[in-house]
Design a protein around this ligand. Structure first.
Ligand code: GRF
Length: 249
């Protein structure tokens, strides 16, 4: 069994999608075993509580102000230390950052090398990723640049910001009348499908990293098996979307 920890600072819809994949038996041999949040009011914490998933609030630098640079670095260091020991306590094998608003430091990255994944709501990470590119800013930049496609990326976390080996990407079209919100929504639907797929690939030992690039072994009909299993989640997700639209009318 692969014990998964999710790090989230906010809404936690990706966290919820991963839980759905586990509960529906789409994710196999993966247990959502822990949520770590650096924000005590994160709605993701309520989701963890609802599903009886252990959670830990570890204060970091997000949402806090510091008098000096060194106080800020100290808070960051304390977060990394506490998060690392919590991961060990819970025997965590893999970490998924999902809307986690803080850059991790080397102690935790080194300890969990290529065992931490991140999701980013864009495909061109050189232009629409990196420091300062988060939330609405990403979609605003994509629209400003006049891109015809965007999407989401799941990558391993290394010392760079949004620069680690790319595991999976899903493209979505950008519409001429898109607002940052409408584009974000279209991408989020794909994020919810793509993250669990990357987690399953990792849990199945299908991802290798060669010369800084992730190489996926698709042999043994992996993709067909996954699609067959994930169909149940996609049906559920589409129903949920319909209900949201219905209740908005
Ligand atoms: C997602 O768009 C994710 O790609 C980005 O932050 C957002 C988090 O959404 N990193 P949620 O908290 O999972 O709903």
């Amino acid at each position: 069994m692969n014990n998964l920890a999710v790090f989230a600072s906010g809404r936690g819809s990706n966290f919820r999608a991963i839980i759905d994949h586990e509960r529906m038996g789409v994710l196999q041999n993966v247990k959502v075993a822990l949520l770590i949040s650096n924000e005590q009011n994160a709605p993701a914490l309520k989701t963890a509580e609802h599903y009886g998933i252990p959670c830990e609030i570890v204060p970091g630098v997000f949402g806090r102000s510091f008098a000096t640079k060194s106080e800020r670095s100290e808070a960051r260091r304390r977060f990394d230390e506490k998060a690392c020991s919590t991961l060990k306590e819970h025997r965590i094998d893999l970490v998924a950052l999902a809307g986690f608003m803080q850059v991790l430091g080397s102690p935790i990255i080194d300890e969990y090398y290529y065992r931490i994944m991140n999701i980013h709501p864009a495909v061109d990470l050189k232009r629409f990723g990196g420091r300062g590119m988060y939330g609405e800013r990403v979609h605003e930049a994509v629209l400003r640049a006049g891109e015809r496609t965007s999407g989401c990326t799941i990558h391993y976390v290394d010392a760079s910001v949004d620069g680690g080996p790319i595991i999976l990407q899903t493209n979505v079209p950008v519409h001429a009348d898109d607002s940052p919100e409408s584009l974000a929504h279209r991408i989020l639907i794909q994020e919810h499908r793509t993250y669990s797929k990357a987690i399953q690939l990792h849990a199945d030992g299908k991802i290798g990293v060669k010369d800084g690039c992730a190489v996926i072994d698709w042999s043994g009909g992996w993709q067909d098996d996954w699609n067959r299993r994930q169909d149940a989640y996609i049906q559920h997700q589409m129903l949920e979307q319909e209900n949201i639209v219905q209740s908005a009318i």
